[in-house]
Structures are given as structure tokens and as C-alpha cells.
Design a protein around this ligand. Structure first.
Ligand code: SF4
Ligand code: MG
Length: 320
């Protein structure tokens, strides 16, 4: 299928009094139509900053300092704000972890979704309302006619997230970005929301998550990020079935098994380095059991097998 979004060597920097933080440092990927790409990493890996860069929703001092974000061939990084505004909420939609960021607490939920439709389409309120009822049904909101008139605080967290997904889907976006869409929800509701997203098979999705178990279940392709850089990138079956980067292996080892849900097994030791004190070489080196002198220099992202790229000196024949 055709490429919907092509990110080329993205650089997103934050200029702070203590120095420049390269929150995203040379990230590249393509998303093809109707595919789901996952970006996984711990907090501080740069995954959310990547999605905010695409949407152009970075708060200052964050800025795209380099690279291209080609959306259907147009560079979003260079688009006038008015055009970007037209794309947001229509062709490009972002769903956050907390549905309340997207919902206005003082308006009835159905009306909010109807207005989101009317903002981009010349249709009557009545027609928009019918479309909302249909969308609510599609995202599994029971009793949609009645829910239409509820205020956000009268809905459960799971129902609120369904409303924000309905709002995001209202204008049939070319790209739906979901940033930790289920992190704030309890486990049963998480599974329901993920099933809902999985059912959107005609939609092109970028899914941001800290949970590689979610990626394994939901995505076709995955990027593993750490310290603003891509550590491993490839088809989900390859990356999660036979990880080649020590960080990916660590993330997989920390997936809680069903028996001990909620408990983290073999969590990776150590912490994500401060963004102002990134190691000069491989960012994962301070936590890596395989670190060796070669790792003081940044390893390039190289193809290990066709379509599967890894940034690790172990792949490139370096020896301790
Ligand atoms: Fe570990 Fe070195 Fe590979 Fe980084 S490059 S993941 S430190 S072995
Ligand atoms: Mg985040």
C-alpha cells in the first residue's frame, strides 16, 4: 500500500538554560496505508515528542530542528500554521492517554463530536448528530442516543476514551496517532479499547506505548526508541520474536506474565539517563550487560536482515 507518512531524519530539540536536549535525534520511518506502526520505549525515550512533532503540537522550547515529516508528500514541518490547523482533527488525529485533554468538561459529549464534524464539513447539526450516533455505535458505546447528552464527567474513563476515539474517527483521518491510549485505564477496559482499535482495519495507525506486549498484539511494525534514537526497527514478529538489541530484549523480559499481572519481571536495571547527560556513545550503555569499549561511539542503525534494523555494536562484529 502507499506511504501515508514518511519521517526522515527527524531532529526535535529543546533549548534549555542547561543546554540543548536532543529529545528526538535522527528518527526515520514510513507508515503505509492501513498498517499499524508502534513506537515503544520507556518514558523519556522520545516517543511522545515524535508524535507531537508530527502534529506540530510541541510546547516551547521544543522545536523541529531538522529533518522532514512528509504527509502524503507534503512536509508538515514547513506547512503554514493555518493549513496545519485544517489537517489536525481531519486528516491527522491524535488521541492522548487522558481523554479529558480532548474533551471539554462543560459540553455534552455528543455535541462535542458533532461540532468536530461540522468544523470540517458543511453539514447540518441534525446530520452531524446522526453521524455521531453511528460513530458511537461503531466504537462500542451502548445506548448511544442517551450517551449523546451526557457530560464527560458522567462517563467512565473507558467510555470517555471511546468518545475521543469516535471524535478522532469522525472525519475518517488518513492517520490516527494514539499516544498511550490505554495507560490510564484498568486492565479489562484496556483490552476492550485495544480490541476497538484493532477493529479499525481501514485506518492507518501510529501507536505510541511503553508496553511492548501491546505492540506485539496490535502492530505490524515496530520502532524501539531509547534516548531519542531508534534502537531497533522492523516487522513485529521479527523484533518481538527474535530481538537483536539488548534494550528490546530487556523490554520483552519485563512483560508481566498472566500469572503475576501487575508485577514486573526482570525489569531493566538502572534508569533512563538524564537528557542533559546522554552518554556520548550508545545511549543504552550504562544499563547494558554487553557494554564494551566500542560502545563509547554511537552505533549506526544498520540492516541486520532485510527490513530489520538494529543499532548495536554486537550486530556489527565489535568484541569486548
Ligand atoms: Fe549494549 Fe553496546 Fe549494543 Fe549499546 S551498542 S546495546 S551498549 S552492546
Ligand atoms: Mg508519553
Amino acid at each position: 500500500s502507499e506511504v501515508v507518512l514518511s519521517v526522515r531524519d527527524l531532529q526535535t530539540w529543546f533549548d534549555t538554560p542547561a543546554g540543548t536536549v536532543r529529545a528526538v535525534d535522527g528518527v526515520s520511518f514510513d507508515i503505509r496505508a492501513r498498517r499499524t506502526l508502534g513506537i515503544v520505549g520507556e518514558s523519556g525515550s522520545g516517543k511522545s515528542v515524535t508524535s507531537l512533532s508530527i502534529m506540530r503540537l510541541l510546547d516551547p522550547p521544543g522545536r523541529v530542528a531538522g529533518g522532514e515529516i512528509l504527509f502524503r508528500g507534503r512536509n508538515l514541518a514547513a506547512l503554514p500554521e493555518a493549513e496545519m490547523c485544517r489537517l489536525r482533527g481531519q486528516a491527522l488525529c491524535l488521541v492522548f492517554q487522558d481523554p479529558m485533554t480532548a474533551l471539554n468538561p462543560v459540553y455534552r459529549v455528543g455535541r462535542q463530536v458533532a461540532e468536530a464534524i461540522r468544523a470540517h464539513n458543511d453539514i447540518s447539526y441534525r446530520a452531524a448528530r446522526d453521524r455521531v450516533i453511528e460513530l458511537f455505535g461503531m466504537v462500542g458505546i451502548p445506548d448511544a442516543e442517551r450517551r449523546f447528552d451526557e457530560f464527560p464527567h458522567n462517563l467512565s474513563g473507558g467510555m470517555r476514551q471511546r468518545v475521543t476515539i469516535a471524535m478522532a474517527m469522525a472525519n475518517k483521518p488518513d492517520l490516527l496517532i494514539l499516544d498511550e491510549p490505554t495507560t490510564a485505564l484498568d486492565v479489562t477496559i484496556q483490552a476492550q479499547i485495544l480490541d476497538l482499535v484493532k477493529g479499525l482495519t481501514d485506518t492507518t495507525v501510529l501507536l505510541i506505548t511503553h508496553d511492548i506486549g501491546v505492540v506485539r498484539e496490535m502492530c505490524d511494525e515496530v520502532i524501539v526508541m531509547y534516548g531519542g534514537r531508534v534502537m531497533e526497527h522492523g516487522p513485529v514478529a521479527a523484533v518481538t520474536g527474535a530481538p537483536r538489541h539488548p534494550y528490546t530484549a530487556g523490554l520483552l523480559a519485563s512483560i508481566p506474565s498472566v500469572a503475576v499481572r501487575g508485577q514486573r519481571l526482570n525489569a531493566i536495571g538502572g534508569a533512563v539517563p538524564s537528557p542533559l547527560a546522554m552518554p556520548p556513545g550508545c545511549p543504552f550503555a550504562p544499563r547494558c550487560a554487553h557494554a564494551m569499549p566500542a560502545c563509547d561511539v554511537q552505533p549506526a542503525l544498520v540492516e541486520a536482515t532485510p527490513g530489520h534494523r538494529v543499532a548495536c555494536w554486537l550486530e556489527q562484529g565489535a568484541e569486548a
